[in-house]
Design a protein around this ligand. Structure first.
Ligand code: NAP
Length: 259
């Protein structure tokens, strides 16, 4: 029995859903939040820069007509995460989609990393992802539905010099997502990761010109990805379009890892 055509056409529709996106004041998070708002979701933006979060929330509300909320907070601080989750639930009554996207990078050889720099990478990426999953999981379990998307990286799978702590954190996010997916599957909550390749955002614009040229040269599609090219993969994992997909890591890398 085929599903009705109307249902199929609306597989990516997020009407009536609330999506919470961390680090959405900029780059990929901003684009993915915009994409979900354009497909009907109300949006909660969490970023350590409260002014940037507010500007992004206002922009998305004005452009999409959806309701938005902005919250300042550090994803690696449990009190901030607890407060953000409570504010989102108080404001919207539900969170259907959680996107753990906040992050940064520090590039240098392992021997030159300080312990504080190592910790700061793992605190934001791994601890931050863990904290939001922990504090929203009960709500999602009680409702018997939800989609969690954790932003890993192609660098969690392949090697590049100078990013060992970042790569380790991104590999940890993919592993965490697989295990958490098993724990949440019986409760109707799906957990997946997205592993982007090199995308043109403030994070990668700090690469020197010769490194950018090398990246373009090695990427089969011959360019950096654009933040807007994360919208489709995000809509897929956030929506009913991926209703039988959990525990996977979706690569969005212009063909890099196919080589
Ligand atoms: P971005 O433009 O720098 O955006 C990251 C956002 O996260 C910024 O607004 C940043 O705020 C915020 N943030 C950082 N630490 C935070 C914290 N502790 N608490 C709350 N917010 C925090 O970078 P992006 O390229 O969009 O990266 C988004 C995610 O994609 C990251 O997890 C990154 O590792 C991942 N990723 C990116 C690429 C790529 O090529 N761009 C590839 C693979 C994976 P500040 O600006 O104030 O620091």
């Amino acid at each position: 029995m085929l599903p009705p055509a109307n249902e199929v056409r609306q597989l990516h529709d997020l009407s009536g859903k609330v999506a919470m996106v961390t680090g959405a004041g900029s780059g990929l998070g901003r684009a993915m939040a915009w994409g979900m708002a354009c497909n009907g979701a109300d949006i909660v933006i969490v970023d350590q820069d409260a002014a940037k979060a507010r500007a992004c929330a206002d922009e998305i509300a004005a452009g999409s007509g959806r309701k938005t909320m902005s919250l300042g907070g550090d994803v690696s601080a449990e009190d901030d995460v607890r407060a953000a989750v409570m504010a989102a639930l108080a404001g919207f009554g539900r969170v259907d989609i959680l996107v753990n996207n906040a992050g940064h990078n520090i590039r240098k050889p392992v021997s030159q990393f300080s312990v504080d720099e190592f910790d700061s990478l793992h605190n934001v990426h791994v601890r931050g992802t863990f904290l939001f999953c922990k504090h929203l999981s009960e709500h999602m379990q009680q409702r018997g539905s939800g989609s969690i998307i954790n932003i890993s990286s192609m660098l969690g799978l392949i090697a590049a010099p100078g990013v060992a702590p970042y790569a380790a954190a991104k590999a940890a996010i993919a592993a965490f997502s697989r295990v958490f997916a098993l724990e949440m599957a019986p409760h109707g909550v799906r957990v997946n990761a997205i592993a982007p390749g090199y995308i043109d955002t403030p994070l990668t614009r700090t690469h020197p010109d010769e490194v950018r040229a090398r990246i373009i040269n090695v990427t089969p599609m011959g360019r950096f990805g654009l933040p807007r090219e994360l919208i489709g993969p995000m809509l897929f994992l956030a929506s009913e379009a991926s209703s039988f997909v959990t525990g996977t890591t979706l690569l969005v890398d212009g063909g890099w890892t196919a080589q």
